[in-house]
Design a protein. Structure first.
Length: 140
C-alpha cells in the first residue's frame, strides 16, 4: 500500500514563501540571528508536517542543530589556523551549552507558533461555508 501524497494548500505555500522571505530579509538587518533561526526551523517543521505530524518536534530538532553547527565551525577553524581548541574548551562548552538551551526554547516556541498558524490556515478550509442541498446549493 502506498502512502498518500502530501498536498499543500495554496495558502500554506504562500505562508511558507512569506516565512522564508522574512527570514532572508532579516539576514540583512541587525537582527540577523532571528533570520537564521527562522530559516533553521522551517525545514524540520515542513518535513514533519509532510509526514503527517504536528511539526513541532521537527522544527525543534532542526533549530537545536545550530549550536553543534557553530561548534563544528569553531573546531574546524581552530584546526585550520593551527590553534589549540582544547585550551579554551571549558568556556566554549559553557557558552555553547547556554546557546543550546536558548535555541531549544526558541525553537519550541517558534515551532508551536508555526503549528498554530498552520492549523488556523487549515481550519479555515475545513470549516468554510457548507452547502445545503435543500436550499438550492446556497451556503447555509
Amino acid at each position: 500500500m502506498s502512502r498518500p501524497r502530501p498536498q499543500f494548500l495554496i495558502s500554506e505555500l504562500i505562508a511558507l514563501v512569506v516565512l522564508c522571505a522574512a527570514g532572508f530579509a532579516l539576514l540583512r538587518t541587525m537582527v540577523a540571528p532571528l533570520g537564521v533561526a527562522l530559516l533553521a526551523i522551517v525545514p524540520g517543521f515542513v518535513i514533519e508536517r509532510i509526514r503527517g505530524g504536528p511539526g513541532v518536534i521537527g522544527g525543534t530538532v532542526s533549530g537545536s542543530l545550530i549550536p553543534p553547527g557553530i561548534a563544528g565551525y569553531l573546531f574546524a577553524e581552530a584546526y585550520r589556523t593551527g590553534s589549540r581548541p582544547i585550551a579554551r574548551m571549558g568556556s566554549d562548552v559553557l557558552v555553547l551549552g547556554v546557546l543550546f538551551v536558548i535555541c531549544l526554547v526558541c525553537s519550541i516556541s517558534a515551532s508551536t507558533a508555526f503549528y498554530v498558524v498552520d492549523e488556523g490556515l487549515r481550519g479555515t478550509r475545513r470549516n468554510g461555508p457548507s452547502v445545503d442541498p435543500t436550499r438550492g446549493g446556497h451556503p447555509g
